[in-house]
Design a binder for this molecule. Structure first.
Ligand code: GLN
Length: 451
């Protein structure tokens, strides 16, 4: 049924870069065979899923939205994919994304834009716009995204779906094409809180193949999603994430959701996180620095595209021509920014300084979580904007991540849950919840209460 739905609507939505019809049917048949053989299968066995094209799946094209990886088929499964398979989840195909997950609208994909199912002239968020659009258009009931600065939560917010960024290290990065290794976090996307929690449980947990994986039990996310009991939960509204620059309809729905939580027994206070205002500039130094280093491996020798190879063995020329042809404008912008920020003489002024700001943001969270159990804000300052509106204005595009970025810098858990439609445009608004490290269960408590 989902393959039929994709065939019917994906021409207009363009959520998928690759639909693995044969593979999906074979996986479904294998689940049936396991069931018939008496295997104990988990609650998601046989449920189809859309996979962001930044995670390696053996033998299936994986591009990270870039021309430089066109035609590359990974020889192995990422840990996330291995765990999906173990749970009997059926992977329908790979979803569109901003090139190397750099963006907030999916307009930076080398393979065309994805459209928001709520309004086909608007963006579905980014970088994981394909995954969220697949959910909102009912092409898939589950999806996987990756969140480096908001790329799960922000698309969730603007498509009226659930997106969860687990605690950094709570889900494995093995087989994830790296953007910024100290920030990247794979996570679940779904249409309901409970679906997201079940998927979270299926993919999370310690992985010896990821050096930053946390060797601790997975937080009780499913139990939290089933109970949704906010009685006595202390909720802090972040003072700095609201007001000027926030769309009135977004703020109205956000405050109504806070009132609802109060009625359900939560204790709500206002909390100040004074260093959050420096999160965006710090992130846009740390991210390009790490990205410029991670993307050095796309050298025309090891993976994908090779341009200008005339057999004369001029490796430097081939690398230059391949990178010029294979990377898009935003990727080049960030490689240049990052290379500059890391160069000797500038390191202390830029990268070193940004890392100090990062510590201040961690301390803001620590102080806040002494007073409250979770922090909340809108997920994004505005609803989905029109395709093309910000594509030539990188700063306007970056500002979309104002609410989501502090969590990535600190490594704790956060999620976006739908909380209604804005009056001005009838488009979905997201409610953003942030929890301490390894207290991902609290996100689901709040998400379930709001449903
Ligand atoms: N929009 C942010 C960026 O462009 C988020 C990216 C992400 O989370 N992958 O960097």
């Amino acid at each position: 049924a989902h393959l039929d739905r994709i065939a019917a609507v994906d021409e207009s939505v363009h959520a998928f870069l690759h639909v693995d019809t044969e593979g999906a049917l074979a996986q479904a048949a294998a689940v049936d065979a396991r069931r018939a053989a008496g295997d104990e299968l988990g609650p998601l066995a046989g449920v189809p899923l859309a996979l962001k094209d930044v995670l390696a799946q053996e033998g299936v094209p994986t591009t990270a939205g870039s021309k430089i990886l066109e035609g590359w088929k990974p020889p192995y499964d990422s840990t996330v994919v291995a765990r999906l398979r173990a749970a009997g989840i059926v992977i329908l195909g790979k979803t569109n994304m901003d090139e190397f997950a750099m963006g907030s609208s999916t307009e930076n994909s080398a393979y065309g834009v994805t459209r928001n199912p709520w309004d086909l002239n608007r963006i579905p968020g980014g970088s994981g716009g394909g995954s969220s659009a697949a959910l909102a258009s009912y092409e898939a009931p589950l999806a996987i995204g990756t969140d480096t600065g908001g790329s799960i939560r922000q698309p969730g917010s603007v498509t009226g779906t659930v997106g969860v960024k687990p605690t950094y290290g709570g889900t494995s990065r093995y087989g994830l094409i790296a953007l910024a290794s100290s920030l990247d976090t794979p996570g679940p996307c779904a249409r309901t809180t409970l679906d997201a929690a079940l998927l979270h449980e299926a993919i999370a947990g310690y992985d010896p193949r990821d050096s930053t994986s946390i060797d601790q039990p997975v937080p009780p996310v499913v139990e939290a999603a089933r109970r949704g009991d906010v009685q006595g939960l202390r909720i802090g509204v972040v003072k700095e994430l609201g007001g000027e620059g926030y769309q009135p309809g977004v703020e109205a729905r956000f405050h109504e959701a806070v009132e609802l939580l109060t009625k359900l027994g939560a204790e709500v206070v206002e909390v100040s996180c004074p260093n959050f205002e420096y999160a965006l500039p710090a992130y846009y130094l740390i991210l390009p620095s790490e990205a410029s280093s991670n993307l050095a491996k796309f050298d025309a020798m090891r993976f994908g595209l090779r341009v200008g190879d005339d057999g004369l063995n001029d490796a430097e020329k081939v690398m230059g021509m391949t990178r010029a042809a294979g990377f898009g404008a935003e990727v080049k912008r960030r490689i240049m920014l990052g290379t500059h920020a890391l160069s000797s003489g500038y390191y202390d002024a830029y990268y070193g300084q940004a890392q100090k700001v990062r510590t201040l943001i961690v301390q803001d969270f620590e102080r806040a979580f002494e007073q409250v159990d979770v922090l909340v804000s809108p997920s994004t300052p505005t609803t989905a904007f029109p395709i093309g509106e910000r594509v030539n204005d990188p700063i306007a595009m970056y500002k979309n991540d104002l609410c989501t970025i502090p969590t990535n810098l600190a490594g704790n858990a956060a999620a976006s849950f739908p909380c209604g439609l804005a009056d001005e445009d009838g488009l979905p608004v997201g409610f953003h919840v942030m929890a301490p490290v390894l207290r991902d269960d609290r996100l689901y408590t709040v998400g379930a209460a709001l449903e």
